[in-house]
Design a protein around this ligand. Structure first.
Ligand SMILES: O=P(O)(O)OP(=O)(O)OP(=O)(O)OC[C@H]1O[C@@H](n2cnc3c(O)ncnc32)[C@H](O)[C@@H]1O
Ligand SMILES: [Mg+2]
Length: 200
């Protein structure tokens, strides 16, 4: 199968794509490593779907390559689904994981929220130049801890405890995270969709 280029500016995501897809029939490469200047796509959509499609179609057409991109984030029930599509820039445009985590914990404290349930969501989009994107979606349910625990992963991993586990995704590390994550679920479905597309 031909190489697909993963279009993301997030190093944590690239690592997970590589780990999840290693050993599968799909060959990937980082778009950032392949082209001279990969300029960010402005995420103007209001949903994960809109932003994932926007990223995949824009990068595919701009660089004339088959591209896969994801838009993902954390939905916290007590905060009416925040930070949602604004997860990367929740505490400001500089996209600081530490500041984002502080903001989530402060907001939940402020609300004195008993309900700390949340879910990570990932919409995966695949596009070929000039074509409409295909999408799949994955979710990972869990709860938000009272403080940061662990150091692996990225983003909100240090404060997210998946359902059925007593540690955060940061403490559980990549071997567990990549079996159960929203990104894993969305990629599983995408591999099936792409395999069917090739054979059909
Ligand atoms: O748009 P690209 O270039 O892919 O990189 P990004 O980091 O801006 O990615 P998104 O726009 O999809 O925003 C996703 C944010 O949601 C959070 N997030 C998504 N998946 C996560 C995961 O597996 N673990 C922890 N946090 C995650 C994290 O804050 C990400 O920066
Ligand atoms: Mg982004």
């Amino acid at each position: 199968m031909k190489t697909i280029y993963v279009a993301t500016t997030n190093k944590g995501k690239i690592k997970e794509f590589e780990q999840i897809l290693s050993g599968l029939s799909i060959k990937i490469e980082s778009l950032q490593d392949h082209v001279a200047n990969m300029e960010d796509v402005e995420e103007t959509g209001e949903t994960f779907e809109e932003n994932a499609v926007l990223k995949a179609e824009t990068y595919a057409t701009r660089h004339n390559l088959p591209v896969i991109a994801d838009d993902s984030g954390l939905e916290i029930n007590a905060l009416n689904g925040e930070p949602g599509v604004y997860s990367a820039r929740y505490a400001g445009e500089e996209k600081s994981d530490d500041a984002n985590i502080e903001k989530v914990l402060a907001k939940l404290d402020e609300k004195k929220a008993d309900d700390r349930s949340a879910a990570f969501v990932c919409v995966m989009a695949y596009a070929e130049p000039g074509e409409e994107a295909l999408t799949t979606k994955g979710k990972c349910h869990g709860t938000i801890t009272n403080e940061r625990q662990g150091s692996e992963g990225f983003g909100y991993d240090p404060i997210f405890k998946p359902t059925g586990y007593s540690q955060t995704l940061s403490e559980l590390g990549p071997s567990v995270k990549n079996e159960i994550s929203h990104r894993r679920m969305a990629l599983n479905d995408m591999v099936n969709v792409l395999t069917e597309k090739v054979s059909g």
